[in-house]
Design a protein around this ligand. Structure first.
Ligand code: DWN
Ligand code: ZN
Length: 416
């Protein structure tokens, strides 16, 4: 199996001229947590460089690591993050209230993970999950969510349609940035939807990456860093339309897009259509369709690195104990690019059972259950799961009252 490939053509528009935006060097795949048994083994590392297509202004990775390597034994479980479960419960309720008319309607989720979203509506309509990670799919089945193990494609879509018919709704959260052959997936979605069906997908928004979010959302799983503008180019070419869009405060800030087969109706003057136009205009005003906007991003990341490493060095030199909080995929981009290891963080806590007892890829920091924090009482906590800062700072109020300080690492360093 080819472990990775170099992309010379833009998968959104076919363009072949790119501008290098950020080179994060070589690092392991961010969810490839290391088991104790494999600690002595060398890990696969791959180049992590982000480039801008000069034609459609889509930001994407140049090196595509094989999906088998990334997703086959996957440690990420939606259910490990309470705020994420609540977020998907709200979306699941919206799907049933707004897009499902009959209990016979079929709702399919691509990248259904542990079934957190579909299990919420399993008694309201027909459901089917699709996910490549057979270890995580077992949890979905226990949640009563029938799930097909596999990577979604236009071929798999044909087989699913033959088996269960057309879908009234297809939903895909944190998926459409992860699939290198994005065009084929959209074709599969189009062929699986009823004529008036809706495709709802959430992706991290490139507008957040360049402003309030963190560079650490860049890792091999995320092949694309989407703007609505470049997605529109792709959807227009596939006879699909964007019907609505909203920003949701998850994973920094994600864009939720509502799409479907292009309807031949007269121009749509609805509120939703206005939201789409306003969003495209906002991206233009933010410069997301201009090369210059991306040129300054790498300097911003270098400033962030200098600032955080200076603080950590000062704390270590003064004998402070520092622990990591959360072992997210993004945390591994930060730890590996900033070269932060066990000389700074003696351990990292995480609520995901399958991550506990493992080590972070590359930096090899041990991951332990959250209660270690209360028994070992660090002086500082590096909040690697900064995207849940609000709920975590609330949850850990008692720690903070005892004087434990939280460090928010990106996009600038803050100590709370
Ligand atoms: O696209 C993806 C993003 C959206 O989600 C996937 N590539 C995988 C995943 O990336 P991530 O691992 O960066 O996602 P999270 O949801 O930011 O990961 C949070 C981590 O923090 C989880 O491992 C759970 C942990 N956690 C914790 O230990 N205590 C989370 C919360 C809320 C907590 O209180
Ligand atoms: Zn392009």
């Amino acid at each position: 199996m080819e472990k990775y490939s170099v992309k010379t053509l833009c998968r959104i528009c076919g363009g072949k001229d790119f501008m290098l935006v950020l080179d994060l060097g070589e690092m392991p795949v961010s969810n490839a947590f290391v088991s104790p048994a494999r600690l002595t083994e060398k890990e696969d590392i791959f180049p992590l460089t982000v480039h801008l297509c000069k034609l459609c202004k889509s930001l994407q990775l140049r090196y595509a690591v094989s999906s088998e390597l990334i997703f086959k034994n996957y440690h990420y479980a939606t259910g490990a993050s309470r705020p994420l479960v609540e977020h998907f419960n709200t979306l699941a309720d919206e799907i049933v209230e707004t897009f499902v008319e009959s209990p016979r309607d079929l709702v399919i989720e691509i990248g259904s993970n542990d079934g957190s979203l579909l299990s919420r509506i399993k008694n309201k309509c027909r459901i089917l999950g699709i996910d490549p990670a057979d270890n995580i799919v077992q949890i979905a089945e226990q949640n009563g969510v029938p799930t097909r193990v596999g990577f979604f494609s236009s071929q798999l879509a044909e087989r699913v349609r033959a088996d269960v018919g057309f879908a009234q709704v297809i939903v895909a959260n944190n998926v459409m940035a992860h699939i290198e052959n994005i065009r084929d997936v959209f074709v599969g979605v189009r062929n699986l939807l009823t004529d008036d069906g809706t495709f709802i997908f959430e992706v991290h928004w490139v507008g957040n990456l360049l402003t309030d979010g963190g560079f650490d959302q860049i890792y091999h799983e995320h092949f694309y860093y989407h703007s609505l503008s470049s997605l529109k180019i792709l959807l227009d070419s596939l006879d699909m339309e964007i019907r609505d869009v909203k920003l949701v405060p998850i994973h920094g800030e994600s864009m939720r897009v509502y799409a479907g087969k292009t309807r031949r109706s007269l121009s749509d003057s609805s509120m939703a259509a206005t939201r789409v136009e306003d969003f495209l205009q906002r991206e233009k005003e933010m410069g997301l369709t201009e090369e210059n906007t991306y040129k300054s991003f790498s300097e911003k990341v270098e400033r962030n690195k200098t600032e955080l490493l200076a603080l950590l060095a000062e704390l270590v030199a003064s004998g402070k104990k520092i622990a990591g909080y959360g072992a997210p995929a993004k945390g591994n981009t930060l730890l590996n690019y900033f070269n932060i290891g066990t000389d700074t963080l003696s351990y990292i806590t995480d609520t995901t059972p399958s991550k506990q007892g493992y080590y972070t890829p590359g930096s090899r920091i041990p991951i332990v259950a959250p209660d270690a924090i209360y028994s070992r009482m660090p002086d500082y906590i590096l909040l690697l799961s900064w995207n849940y800062a609000e709920s975590i700072l609330e949850k850990e109020k008692a720690l903070r009252e005892k004087g434990v300080k939280f460090i928010i690492p990106v996009p600038t360093v803050r100590v709370l």
